[in-house]
Write a protein that binds this ligand. Structure first.
Ligand SMILES: C[S@@+](CC[C@H](N)C(=O)[O-])C[C@H]1O[C@@H](n2cnc3c(N)ncnc32)[C@H](O)[C@@H]1O
Length: 222
């Protein structure tokens, strides 16, 4: 695993055995804010005005999406229950070097980022007043997800070319069944086969402009 700097100055990781980065090389923070926060979390809040939201993330990875969601839980005054599944957690020697706190304008971002990583696995932990984190250490293929439990899915697996099984019907069916009606599935990927798979599961698929450096992304509504 190698730490790299992306186009907006924020870090990402390069998984050298897959030859795959955890985020867009054009900007990790920029991509995560655009795809998962603006077009996922904030879109859902704007449409549904919920008092609380349950988010499911596939791939906790660097914890960047969790940190960005935590920031929104404060700014939007909305309680977030954030469940994140990760097969291969990164160690402290890696996460302690990541520069996300510098990119998130909050005095306590560094402390909160470390807390997201150091909090125990497989238990709901209140990391901040409005943010409950449950990290599950497992492959998505090996767990049972509760039905109709989540408002939003942040689908942040490695790309289909590197990890095709994550984008095929067995995993997608499990994830879509765990979404509530009106729930939203967001991902950086806009592959045709993914869109066909999501449509076959009954979702309404929207193709949106992508973040800088990428043509398109997908948001799908249940
Ligand atoms: C694109 S990266 C993740 C990004 C993460 N959301 C972030 O912001 O850093 C994909 C993540 O999925 C994890 N992963 C790979 N296979 C998985 C599986 N079968 N189940 C759950 N997580 C998996 C990887 O270890 C990696 O952390």
């Amino acid at each position: 695993m190698k730490i790299i700097e992306t186009g907006d100055g924020s870090h990402s990781l390069l998984n050298e055995s897959l030859s795959e980065t955890y985020h867009s090389v054009h900007g990790a923070v920029q991509e995560s804010v655009y795809v998962f926060i603006k077009n996922g979390l904030l879109d859902f809040i704007q449409k549904n005005k919920p008092k609380e939201i349950s988010v499911l993330e596939i791939g906790f990875g660097t914890g960047l999406n969790a940190l960005l969601a935590l920031k929104e839980s404060v700014e939007q005054k909305t309680k977030i229950y954030y469940t994140s599944i990760e097969a291969s957690p990164i160690g402290e020697e890696i996460y302690s070097q990541l520069n996300y706190a510098k990119h998130i304008i909050r005095a306590d971002a560094d402390r909160l980022f470390k807390q997201l990583h150091s909090s125990p696995w497989n238990l709901p932990i209140s990391v901040a007043e409005n943010f409950v984190l449950k990290k599950i250490q497992s492959k998505i293929q090996e767990i049972v997800l509760p039905p109709s439990a989540f408002d939003i899915v942040f689908f942040d697996a490695f790309a289909p070319a590197k990890q095709p099984e994550m984008w095929e019907l067995p995993v997608l069916t499990k994830v879509v069944l765990s979404l509530k009606p009106k729930g939203e599935f967001v991902t950086y990927c806009a592959q045709g086969q993914l869109k066909r798979n999501l449509k076959s599961l009954g979702l309404i698929v929207e193709t949106l402009p992508g973040p800088p450096g990428k043509r398109e992304m997908v948001r799908a509504l249940k």
